[in-house]
Design a protein around this ligand. Structure first.
Ligand code: ATP
Length: 228
């Protein structure tokens, strides 16, 4: 479904991705793992057309999307829950949800079923929400674009444990529904439970990839590449 081939991405003259290749299959949940600054967010920005790669190719359902502007990548069926949520603080919850929505099974009613808090908060401004509510809104907003692949960058960061659990539960429901997901997070245990496969990124390269059972069986990998 999503295929990155030898992607090289720069910030000005500084290279961040050095020939990164990976893929996400239809219905799969895949993670990007690695310490801070190793290139996970840059990989997401490369996919979404926010920091386009200077070399290499990114394909989505066979079509080349590298080189397209970000709004065209989104239209192609990729939904992003960005690091730091980036909800619109001066729009209501409802307006946030419909601002970038596209027709499909994820409509307001479906989002409200998934996150009842967003129904209660529908008329509140984005900047009046708690961190957890903002995160639910960011996920709801991405789903309302009815993406074929949803990408979450640090969706549980800075949240209370109980809210985190709620987010993991939501992701498990999405997976059950067949949603393809690419995930970045610092909490390895819930990712081992949820995800099918993982890519370990170091200094802008994939240094290991494998399934959850393969990663569980190799604690030294976690020690070496994640320091945990
Ligand atoms: P984190 O978990 O901290 O977000 P990450 O694995 O997502 O880490 P990236 O944010 O992709 O890492 O950063 C990869 C490299 O690119 C780092 O060396 C970082 O300093 C550099 N970098 C990231 N953003 C920029 C930027 N806007 N300008 C210049 N360099 C950047």
């Amino acid at each position: 479904m999503l295929l990155l081939d030898d992607v090289q991405t720069y910030y000005g003259t500084s290279q961040a991705l050095f020939g990164l290749s990976m893929e996400v299959g239809s219905g799969e949940v895949v993670t990007l793992l690695g310490r801070n600054g190793m290139g996970k967010t840059t990989t997401v920005r490369s996919i979404m057309g926010l920091t386009p790669p200077r070399a290499g190719t990114i394909r989505f359902d066979g079509a080349v999307i590298s080189g397209l502007p970000a709004f065209r990548v989104a239209q192609a069926g990729l939904g992003l829950v960005p690091e730091g949520r980036q909800i619109f603080g001066n729009l209501t919850v409802r307006e946030n949800l419909i601002a970038t929505s596209r027709p499909g099974p994820w409509d307001l009613a479906a989002i409200h079923d998934m996150f009842p808090r967003l129904r209660e908060r529908a008329g509140n401004m984005g900047n009046q929400l708690s961190g957890g509510e903002q995160q639910m809104l960011a996920i709801g907003r991405a789903l309302m674009t009815n993406p074929r692949l949803v990408i979450l960058d640090e969706a549980t960061e800075g949240l209370a444990p109980i809210v985190r659990q709620e987010i993991w539960h939501c992701l498990a429901r999405l997976k059950e529904a067949g949603q393809s997901i690419l995930l970045i997070d610092k909490n390895i245990e819930p990712m081992l439970r949820l995800a099918d496969r993982h890519y370990m990124i170091e200094k802008g390269r994939v240094v290991w990839s494998g399934t959850s059972p393969e990663l569980t069986a190799r604690p030294e990998l976690r020690q070496r590449y994640l320091g945990v």
